[in-house]
Ligand binder design. Structure first.
Ligand code: GSH
Length: 218
């Protein structure tokens, strides 16, 4: 990361920003700054935060380059992919076509598909005002995770200790955070997922990223 001087992560405990915090700890230990965005207090709607992310969500990553310029990156899928491309330990390289295709597929499955099913469950079971909730839709999303997503992830884990084979990649940050979320909803309650999550939770970087989990306020 020779042209980057600092990373600043806008984060909320147990949220999608934990995916990014986890990878940053894997890459840099404690060598980055974390700023808490108090979502329950509405800090994501301040003009300063909205200027960084008009979608009013975390994660947001501010990158300061050595030439003094800064860049703000949003969307956890994009941030994880971009970060992992800075450090060859965390992603198959672009000339490793087969591994790269599997890795990108797992990243997208997690970031754009399983993530949205989990979000729909949260919306319709917890967040929306009761009259707007649709229990059938929540159940539809639960069924999709159990019947469609879980078998794909289990098939991956039959081939290695990590979601993309024998080495840890950024796709484990995506999948591991999603599985942690799903298991909190009673989904993906399979011994293979339990032992995978045991391996992930044993990683010092996971422990640092989720150390604030008890401060999640709903
Ligand atoms: N697609 C975005 C979703 C980000 C997102 O919705 N983050 C939630 C926390 S998990 C948030 O900050 N919500 C606050 C809000 O929407 O007001 C990503 O993956 O980064």
């Amino acid at each position: 990361m020779n042209n980057i001087s600092t990373f600043t992560l806008y984060h909320y405990p147990l949220s999608r920003s934990a995916r990014v915090k986890w990878l940053l700890h894997e890459m840099l230990g404690d060598g980055f700054t974390t700023l808490r965005v108090a979502l329950r207090k509405g800090e994501q709607y301040t003009p300063e935060f909205l200027a960084k992310n008009p979608n009013h969500g975390v994660p947001v990553l501010d990158v300061e380059y050595t030439d003094g310029t800064t860049q703000t990156i949003t969307e956890s899928l994009a941030i994880l992919t971009w970060l992992a491309d800075l450090d060859p330990r965390f992603a198959p390289q672009t000339n490793d076509h087969r591994s790269r295709a599997i890795y990108l597929q797992i990243m997208a499955l997690g970031g754009s598909w399983m993530d949205q099913m989990l979000w729909n469950i949260r919306l319709h079971e917890t967040i929306l005002p009761k009259p707007a909730r649709n229990q059938n839709f929540a159940q539809f999303n639960r069924d999709k995770i159990e019947n469609e997503i879980a078998p794909q992830l289990l098939a991956r884990l039959e081939q290695g200790n990590f979601i993309c084979g024998d080495t840890f990649t950024a796709a484990d940050c995506m999948t591991g955070q999603n599985l942690n979320w799903a298991r909190a909803y009673g989904l993906c309650d399979n011994p293979v997922f339990k032992s995978y999550m045991g391996r992930m939770k044993a990683r010092p970087a996971f422990q640092l990223a989720f150390a604030d989990a008890k401060e999640f306020e709903g």
